[in-house]
Design a protein around this ligand. Structure first.
Ligand code: ADP
Length: 235
């Protein structure tokens, strides 16, 4: 059995490892990305070689996203993410994200209902991370259910974004844990999906940073709805 201080030391060493590994992985990835972009420019967009290069770029982007998430997770543990302050048009941001995701996920139809008609002083990329994660989870965890719905609404001092899917759902006893670092639902039906359990941990951290809340309603076999509320001052 480990005593408390040995456990803490081990935990710290794991955190340090995650931080170092993500930094070490980022540099070669950046170099790879640069080189494929250059090659693409030379080869043009047509032909077998160009299409092989496109697949390589897709894979590089996937690994880059994972490494960025690992970096975010270690930053959160080490004192917090960095945020810039800018005026963010939430409807425009969501519109862009939905249209990009719709192009790459033809299996689902992403429907947006309503609008928030609100600009928030916040970090555009960080808010983008919140919405991208929730929408991509809704798609990933609803194989065979083609609709993902996004409901937007505004009240006096908050905006609400709801992301609803008709997929696998989350067992009741695991609902609180999905926001923990590296937690993945253990249900056998979810085994086929890939992931490392970082997305919702980062999402919850960003929402908390802005003084908001994130909650989930879910029924196994029927689907899940994630609700984000962000406080806003009407101007
Ligand atoms: P992952 O990379 O594993 O998807 P997340 O942190 O985004 O990591 O999610 C944590 C876990 O929560 C997932 O592994 C999955 O089990 C569960 N989960 C998240 N979103 C949904 C959803 N829309 N429907 C069902 N389960 C979900």
């Amino acid at each position: 059995m480990l005593d408390n201080s040995a456990r803490k030391e081990l935990e710290q060493r794991k955190d340090d490892f995650i931080s170092m590994a993500s930094h070490e992985l980022r540099n070669p990835l950046t170099a790879l990305k640069l080189q494929t972009t250059l090659l693409h420019r030379q080869l043009g967009k047509q032909g077998l070689q160009a299409s092989a290069l496109s697949s390589m770029e897709t894979q590089i982007n996937k690994v880059t996203r994972l490494v960025e998430e690992l970096l975010d997770v270690s930053k959160i543990k080490a004192g917090g993410l960095e945020y810039v302050r800018e005026s963010v048009d939430l409807d425009a941001l969501l519109g862009e994200i939905v249209s990009t995701m719709q192009q790459t996920h033809l299996s689902h139809r992403i429907q947006v209902h309503g609008a928030v008609q609100t600009n928030l002083m916040a970090d555009r990329d960080r808010l983008g991370q919140v919405f991208t994660n929730l929408i991509s989870n809704a798609i990933k965890y609803s194989p065979g259910a083609e609709t993902v719905e996004i409901d937007l609404s505004t009240s006096e001092n908050a905006v609400t974004i709801r992301v609803k899917d008709y997929g696998l759902g989350i067992p009741r006893e695991q609902r609180d844990k999905i926001f923990d670092r590296f937690y993945r639902v253990t249900d056998p039906k979810q085994k086929a999906t890939h992931g490392l359990g970082m997305g919702l941990y980062i999402v919850a951290e960003i929402v908390k940073h802005y003084g908001g809340t994130i909650t989930v309603e879910s029924e196994p076999g029927k689907g899940s709805t994630f609700q984000v509320m962000l406080p806003c001052k009407r101007t």
